[in-house]
Design a protein around this ligand. Structure first.
Ligand code: FAD
Length: 408
């Protein structure tokens, strides 16, 4: 069998893999990215958070993203019944980027993967990783192209950025339940034709279902007059409905009158997709010869659009640990990678749990909010979930106290 040698092999060319590749190329490492699909390809996760810009900049990809012409984004708007409330990410507690983009992921991921290739990473499309064996200090990986013969790669280290493919957690039996109930999302792209006064294309709109506190819709406008539209609910909520995916999505939408009215002229020209049981977790985020990045490790929930930000943060942390490792220094993946990554993930987790319990909604729709607390919440909604200067990051359980104060 044909054999190759590389410093770092990355599984998956999504955001985590591409940014990790860019960062490692900056360190002068040889990088091989093995990607199962041919890009551009559809992916979900279209609303970025400003914190993610830090990592795009760090990788040297900022210009590529800016020049791609994506929809500018400066905040999030929430709607519940007659009420709406907006967070402007430029007015937030933490320092750093206050704006970002809403992106069609087919194009965004292609832009990032091309940027990684421009930096010298080799990206091989339509190849997939099928086996892994740790051989200290690195690992052997078996790769199967969709056409042609399988081959082996000896890597100094392997980063698994395979997202929902979850390659190493499956091969090494690392999967563990997420702790969240089984939820499903139905989504599509439409030509939205929204003319509702006050509708802000620079913000994601999150609309709660009038009768179900744990059912919500996203509206993510793009720069070309189109929008991503989706609904998230427990899986049984969809199963109780008849009809095609489009009919189910439209029937749930009709129960949210303001959102339905704003989309009354929309052209439904794209098939509706669904994704079920996406929440996932692992027993360990690293092991001998490998680390898990982004969704290949843990995925919480889409409600706060945190997925790509967490994926890029994981790439940044892992690249920093690898820089020290390749320099011959002792490294501790638990204290330098897994613990710091999970600290921010746990901030988001507290917010996600509070959202589905309804408490977070009572907080943001409170009639007389504290401006200081709103700025702290805005910072976390903007992705600054690792800024321990923010009291709601330092102690995410503080949110529970705020819920009690804001309870109707
Ligand atoms: C319904 C829903 C809505 C979401 N909305 C948002 C949002 O608005 N904002 C946000 O930030 N996040 C959102 N997310 C999360 C977002 O989709 C992910 O967090 C993000 O894509 C993770 O990036 P990644 O690089 O880790 O993995 P991915 O983007 O999944 O990339 C993984 C890559 O690995 C490749 N791969 C898989 N298996 C193999 C293999 N065996 N060999 C080689 N390659 C392989 C795949 O083809 C893919 O290209 C949402 C998620 C869901 C489920």
């Amino acid at each position: 069998m044909h054999e190759e040698v590389v410093d770092v092999l990355i599984i998956g060319a999504g955001p985590a893999g591409a940014v990790a590749a860019g960062l490692l190329r900056k360190q002068g490492r040889s990088v091989l990215v093995i990607e199962k699909e041919q890009f551009p390809r559809f992916s979900i996760g279209e609303s970025l958070l400003p914190q993610s810009m830090t990592y795009l900049e760090e990788a040297g990809f900022l210009r590529d993203v800016v020049e791609a012409g994506f929809q500018y984004k400066n905040g999030a708007c929430f709607a519940r019944g007659e009420r709406t409330t907006s967070f402007d990410f430029r007015d937030k507690f933490s320092a750093g980027w206050g704006t970002t983009y809403q992106v069609q992921r087919a194009q965004f991921d292609d832009v990032l993967a091309r940027a990684a290739a421009r930096c010298g990473a080799e990206v091989r499309y339509r190849h997939q990783v099928v086996a892994f064996q740790a051989v200290p200090p690195g690992a052997w990986v078996a790769v199967a192209p969709l056409e042609g013969h399988a081959y082996r790669v000896k890597a100094g280290f392997v980063l698994d950025a395979s997202g929902f493919g979850r390659v190493l957690s499956r091969l090494l039996d690392l999967e563990t339940p997420s702790g969240f109930p089984l939820r499903t999302a139905y989504f599509t792209h439409v030509e939205d034709r929204i003319t509702t006064p006050g509708f802000d294309r620079n913000k994601i709109l999150i609309t709660t279902h009038p009768d179900h506190v744990d059912v919500w819709f996203w509206t993510i406008p793009f720069s070309n007059g189109r929008a991503s539209l989706g609904v998230v609910a427990r899986s049984e909520f969809f199963e109780a409905r008849e009809g095609s995916a489009l009919e189910r999505l439209q029937s749930i939408l009709s129960e949210a009158p303001h959102l339905a009215a704003s989309l009354k002229d929309a052209r439904w020209d794209t098939p509706v997709r669904s994704l079920a049981g996406y929440a996932a977790n692992v027993k360990a985020l690293w092991g001998e010869g490998f680390a898990l990045l982004g969704n290949a490790g843990e995925f919480l929930d889409p409600v706060f659009s945190s997925g790509v930000t967490i994926a890029l943060k994981s790439a940044s942390l892992a690249a920093a640990v690898l820089a020290r490792r390749f320099a011959g220094e002792p490294v501790n993946w638990q204290s330098e990678y897994a613990d710091p990554l999970r600290a921010g993930v746990n901030t988001f987790r507290a917010f996600v749990e509070s959202w589905y319990g309804g408490g977070f909604q009572d907080i943001i729709f409170h009639p007389s909010p504290s401006p200081d607390i709103r700025r702290m919440i805005a910072a976390i909604l903007a992705g600054y979930a690792w800024d321990r200067g923010n009291p709601y990051v330092a102690d995410p359980h503080r949110l529970g106290i705020l819920e009690q104060v804001c309870a109707p």
